[in-house]
Design a protein around this ligand. Structure first.
Ligand code: B12
Ligand code: SF4
Length: 469
């Protein structure tokens, strides 16, 4: 069978805000994972429209498309195109699970939830000439799933080709998160076996890894096992975790010793009332500053994520948040406008209150206001969001944040990291055009390995046990 898998463009490349480097960061791991269910005799191709031109004059028998909310319209157009050419089109992913009826109008088969327990079943049905219209995931296990087909990934097109997923979902239940909507009907947090993950990592070239898990430390026992296995490999990596996990005794020390160099943390808001309002309860009664200090003491850089527009936010939230982030010496920050994704409790609440103002999915990119904010106008929210980015990444702020670091080396790393991400855009664009992005992984590895390694060698730290989060 000839099959084609497509990750449609998440954003129109003609949009003035399109940043080629952002979309060339990570390879389409979800589709590569699902490709493992095809058999050896199948001819499978994977195209990622974010980094390459799609070839649209081909005639695969089967087309599998991953649909995110911001790529929904593009995904539907591609689906319609291939159905007209006679292919059987499958749509799955986060947005299909939230809006199944909408997606079904463009597909022969839709999939609700994670694909691991469904794609194999579908392929058997398809081969036997009786594919169903809809498959719904209920079995939640990653034990024995096939390895991701990394051979289908064009590594040279990505800055971080070595992405790894240990788990799916997250143990928490924030109202604005896609998670509970996507994993309904089964467990919302489950993991692969650590030995399988370590085997997979051993096969990855280079040194640098990025764990795409929502919360790599959500199961501390398993995270501890992973750290122990990773440590002798000498890898360098980034991951996402919670404030709570940072404050858990011993966990970050183990992670630092195993090669963690940057942690992405969802601080979301500095207001407890906001946290309660969106049920991000795990962040309550945690000391954000202590968490940042702890990571910095271990030589781990902090990439903080913040959401603007929660019900307690007025126009003072932007400056307050940026000032805090700079004072803490965060190396990087991502700001989002609160976005009620369909299917989430937040969407349900706003809909009931008549506060949803847009049904144009392309605007659900956390850069546009798609609801009526409680304490400011939509225009003020959008303007404040852009101002926050501008203020956080201006040279003055970068140097001010770098000055919070103790040593010259740490300050230098801070400036290199923050400026490398936001100030070197033209250089990234040049490298992308020259097809040289893949080479940057080596440069990044050498920057990361020359800083922070001193902490990894503190044997005693590594041996402290991790408590339960
Ligand atoms: C890497 C990543 C990106 C990459 C690109 C995505 C990519 N290459 O796939 C980049 C950096 C470009 C990106 C951008 C954004 N992202 Co992002 N990203 C991720 C991240 C960290 C990992 C994705 C991944 O590889 N997952 C692991 C694989 C194994 O899972 P998967 O891709 O979901 O695939 C599984 C299922 O979805 C399903 N499936 C998927 N497709 C199909 C198809 C079929 C037929 C079947 C059967 C099954 C199926 O089966 C797969 C195996 O289980 C996720 C968080 C996460 N943990 O998933 C966020 C995440 C997807 N991003 C998110 C967001 C909000 C964004 C942004 C809007 C943020 C922003 N403002 O910048 C932008 C969107 C783009 C835009 N318009 O600006 C949200 C999505 C929320 C939502 N409801 O859509 C997530 C879930 C983070 C979060 N916890 O909130 N992102
Ligand atoms: S902690 Fe993060 S991934 Fe987990 S439910 Fe909350 S927002 Fe979602």
């Amino acid at each position: 069978m000839k099959a084609k898998m497509i990750l449609p463009a998440l954003m129109d490349k003609a949009d003035p805000y399109f940043r080629p480097i952002k979309y060339a960061l990570f390879a389409p791991l979800g589709l590569a994972s699902l490709a493992g269910y095809f058999s050896e005799s199948d001819e499978v191709e994977l195209q990622d429209e974010n980094v390459e031109e799609l070839r649209l004059n081909d005639d695969p028998e089967l087309v599998v498309i991953q649909v995110y909310i911001t790529s929904a319209y593009r995904a539907y157009a591609l689906a319609d195109h291939y159905r007209r050419r006679g292919a059987h089109v499958c749509l799955g992913g986060l947005h299909v699970t939230s809006m199944p009826q909408e997606a079904a109008a463009h597909a022969d088969t839709i999939f609700l939830g994670p694909g691991e327990d469904m794609l194999g079943v579908f392929l058997d049905d398809f081969r036997n000439g009786r594919p169903q219209k809809i498959y719904r995931s209920t079995v939640r296990s990653l034990v024995g799933v096939p390895l991701a087909r990394r051979d289908l990934i064009k590594r040279g097109l990505y800055m971080v080709p070595n992405t790894v997923a240990v788990s799916r979902g997250c143990p928490h239940h924030c109202d604005f998160c896609y998670k509970d909507a996507f994993y309904q009907g089964g467990s919302g947090f489950y993991s692969r076996q650590v030995s399988d993950v370590l085997d997979e990592i051993r096969m990855l070239p280079g040194r640098y890894l990025f764990f795409v898990d929502d919360h790599l430390f959500g199961n501390p026992a398993l995270a501890g096992e992973l750290m122990q296995g990773l440590r002798p490999m000498g890898r360098l990596w980034q991951a996402g975790g919670t404030v709570q996990s940072v404050l858990t005794d011993g966990l970050m020390e183990q992670a630092a010793a195993a090669g963690l160099r940057t942690l992405f943390i969802g601080f979301e808001t500095l207001s407890d009332e906001n946290l309660r309002g969106v049920h991000k309860l795990q962040n309550l009664k945690t000391d954000y500053s202590q968490a940042v200090r702890r990571l910095h003491d271990l030589g781990i850089m902090v990439h903080g994520s913040f959401v603007f527009g929660m019900d307690q936010d007025d126009e003072s939230v932007f400056d307050r948040t940026v000032d805090w982030a700079v004072e803490q010496g965060l190396e990087a920050a991502t700001f989002h406008i609160l976005t009620p994704y369909p299917g989430t409790p937040l969407f349900g609440r706003f809909q009931e209150q008549g506060r949803i103002t847009s049904n144009n999915w392309s605007d659900f990119d956390t850069r546009h206001v798609v609801f009526k904010p409680a304490r400011m106008s939509a225009a003020a929210l959008e303007a404040g969001y852009w101002r926050a980015y501008e203020r956080f990444y201006k040279w003055g702020s970068i140097f001010q944040a770098a000055r919070t670091k103790e040593t010259f080396r740490q300050r230098l790393r801070h400036v290199a990291y923050a400026a490398g991400w936001k100030k070197a855009e033209p250089v990234w664009n040049l490298l992308i055009r020259a097809g040289m992005l893949g080479k940057m992984a080596t440069v990044m590895e050498s920057i990361l390995s020359s800083f922070g390694g001193e902490y990894a060698s503190r044997e005693s730290l590594f041996l402290r046990p991790a408590a339960v989060i």
